[in-house]
Design a protein around this ligand. Structure first.
Ligand code: ATP
Length: 435
């Protein structure tokens, strides 16, 4: 039984109740479209980013990372086309004064009150600020609306020291900001969010091959973290959707309770970005292949994922309800690699030396895994609490432990229990988490 109905409401409520995600500035009444991650949410988010980083850089020899500044030279955004083009057309209702995105309206009248609409005005989604004490046009700066530009402008800086040869990539994880007109659906669309982006530099004649390659890699990344295949699909941009500089583009979409929506873009951006930055700065951003003696501006295959959107995918896909012995059981079937807490350590009762043995196990495992100690209440209730936050394993110290130094290891999804020697716990967990 995995009802789609109300699943978003259930997840939002679970996130608040168990400390995954809170509305920003809640005690002030909250601020629309900004979210704070609580103790469990921050662990989940960090695990997602770490796993992405590991897969995209550390386990490969052709991708290196950077961490660029959020505020960049304002001319970057002129060159990239964001100052002129990163806009949504907006209309206002003359009667009720509400504001709408023109391209989302089915008819030319207010969807709320039927009133007459103004003609569309262009609204730039970039947040503006000023650098330094004087607020004039010369001091304007922007909060980056994507992390990609930080990679393009560092192409030469990275190329030299990293001694990479084409094809190679540069990866970055960081905050991005967009003054979205209609934020919503929890953390799916917010005004401050995080991106995990990788720009892969290729020979212009190899773009098709590498786009295909990254499409598969990125799909497999979600599948490898347990997202159900039937809930993922690739959507190829139609001519109308395609950005003017892109040659081909795909979105990975997820079947959210509110419909199929993009979670990651995989785009062939051609030589547009490097050419434009080259023209604007007079710096030669071409690549010289010392074997073929060919000089060219590389094409870029981009993979651009949202951290917060991925987190929502993992939560929605993992949310599971069932009836066990006449009681409702809620489980988050998160992959152990990203689960906030890997194992809970539970003495069956608070006597007979069980808490002491449990504490000892806890201290031994703590440097290696994020484990949690809990001795309060019936063990069944303690299991349920862990199921609900996605803890994949529970380790219980019982009377048999006192005799043979074994504990039970309970697996969240099957609820199966096996006995494991205390000395083997670390290795057993390692194997079950990382395979
Ligand atoms: P959408 O059409 O949904 O606004 P987009 O096409 O503008 O998305 P991109 O510019 O391709 O998105 O950004 C890459 C990724 O960054 C998206 O796939 C998404 O995961 C994430 N992202 C973009 N905007 C937001 C946002 N407002 N809130 C959360 N994540 C976002």
């Amino acid at each position: 039984m995995n009802q789609k109905d109300n699943v978003m409401e259930k997840i939002v409520s679970l996130c608040k109740r168990r400390g995954f995600v809170f509305q920003s500035s809640e005690i002030y009444g909250g601020i629309n479209s900004c979210w704070d991650y609580g103790p469990l949410g921050v662990e989940l988010k960090r695990n997602i980013k770490d796993y992405w980083w590991r897969c995209m850089t550390q386990l490969r020899n052709d991708v290196v990372g950077i961490d660029a500044s959020i505020i960049m030279h304002p001319r970057v955004w002129e060159t990239s086309g964001h100052v002129a083009g990163f806009v949504d057309p907006l209309v206002d209702c003359r009667k009720c004064k509400q504001r709408f995105k023109a391209d989302q309206l089915k008819e030319n009248k207010c969807p709320e009150c039927g009133g007459e609409l103004t003609s569309a005005r262009q609204f730039n989604l970039m947040f503006k600020t000023h650098l330094g004490p004087v607020e004039d046009d010369a001091s304007i700066a922007y909060l980056r609306p994507e992390t990609a530009q930080g990679i393009y402008v560092n192409f030469l800086n990275v190329l030299g020291p990293s001694r990479q040869k084409i094809p190679f990539g540069i990866a970055q994880i960081g905050k991005a900001f967009r003054n979205e007109i209609s934020p919503g659906n929890f953390v799916f669309r917010s005004r401050e969010f995080e991106q995990m982006e990788m720009q892969y530099f290729v020979h212009p004649k190899e773009d098709v091959k590498w786009l295909e390659y990254w499409k598969n890699e990125r799909m497999n990344w979600y599948l490898g973290l347990g997202v159900r295949e039937e809930n993922l699909k690739l959507h190829q941009h139609t001519k109308k959707e395609l950005a003017f500089y892109a040659k081909d583009a795909f979105d990975i979409e997820y079947n959210f309770p509110f419909g199929w929506q993009e979670i990651e873009g995989i785009h062939n951006r051609t030589d547009f970005d490097l050419s434009r930055h080259s023209q604007a700065t007079g710096k030669d951003l071409s690549y010289f292949d010392d074997q073929t003696k060919e000089k060219y501006i590389p094409y870029i295959i981009e993979t651009s994922a949202g951290v917060d959107r991925s987190l929502l995918v993992f939560l929605v896909d993992a949310y599971y309800e069932e009836e066990v012995k006449g009681e409702k059981r809620v489980a988050l079937r998160l992959d152990p690699k990203i689960a906030p807490i890997k194992a809970a350590i539970l003495p069956l009762v608070k006597r007979d030396n069980m808490p002491e043995i449990a504490q000892d196990i806890y201290k031994k495992l703590k440097p290696h895994f994020n484990v949690f100690y809990d001795e309060g209440g019936a063990v069944g209730r303690r299991y349920r609490r862990q199921d609900e936050i996605g803890t994949p394993f529970c380790i219980t110290i019982d009377s048999q432990t006192l005799q043979d130094n074994t504990v039970t290891l309970r697996e969240r999804d099957s609820m199966e229990q096996v006995r494991v020697k205390i000395d083997d716990l670390r290795e057993e967990l390692e194997r079950r988490i990382w395979g």
